[in-house]
Design a protein around this ligand. Sequence first.
Ligand code: ZN
Length: 285
Amino acid sequence: MYDMEIPRCELCGSKNEVVIYDKNEIAKKRKLLGVVLYNQDKSIIHGRNVVCVNCGLSYITPRMTEKRLDHFYKIDYRKAYPSHGDTKNIHSVNAIQYLKNNNVTGSLIDIGCSDGSLPRKYRELTGEYVEGVEKTHNEYDFKVSSDIELVTEKFDIATILNTLEHIHSPRSFIKKVRKILKPNGKILITVPNLYNNFLNIHLDGFFSNAHIYNFSIKTIVELVTISGFEVIAADLVNESIGSKIYLLAKHSENINNSISKFGEEAVKHLLARIEATKVLQCITK
Ligand SMILES: [Zn+2]
């Protein structure tokens, strides 16, 4: 149904990967046990979640091609994952507070602005100029472009909340965001944390088929650094489905390409965390 491809690691280009969560295997085991499947997005072929041994980036393989992914977001995504207005509201409040705590001010563009709650709230509080980027159609009272390449203004702040994990090529995406920032412009990115305390969330939900990437603080910091940013702050913030990474970075003229080694020991440690969670979830659910 969907055109699939086998990717290389987006961060370091390696093909040295280890499976950390395989929904096919888990689905087969559950079927044998007669357990009902937890599967929202029936339209997608299950990929395996792997981790790159070289750099630690976690991603899905095989995955949809960019063209098919675009089609999926325009047509099927909201059918599989209905929008939760309340959750979006909490994210917006937290993001605005985070910007305030870090003394970040000025015009703002929200990439993947969904129902528009973040730009609207930010404008109410600060009186600053706001815009958004969103593929699916909504009603807005500010300018919203359907693609980042159609944006013509330059901004002080770009916010990318809970979006980067869904993007086919986050590296080229961040470079596009960099082009619509002023020389001292900043980005605020929030993503789910691969090193979450998984106790309160279901692993199948965390390793969602719609999350092409799962970031840690290490991999998100390196991704923005090699894309032309200097990191100002990286924090963990507890939200409804576990801890989120909040990353604030500023536009930099220097591009630093260094990526530190992850390695076999770190892979073992990550696998042990996920295995321990499976055991705990069998006991508690
Ligand atoms: Zn890698």
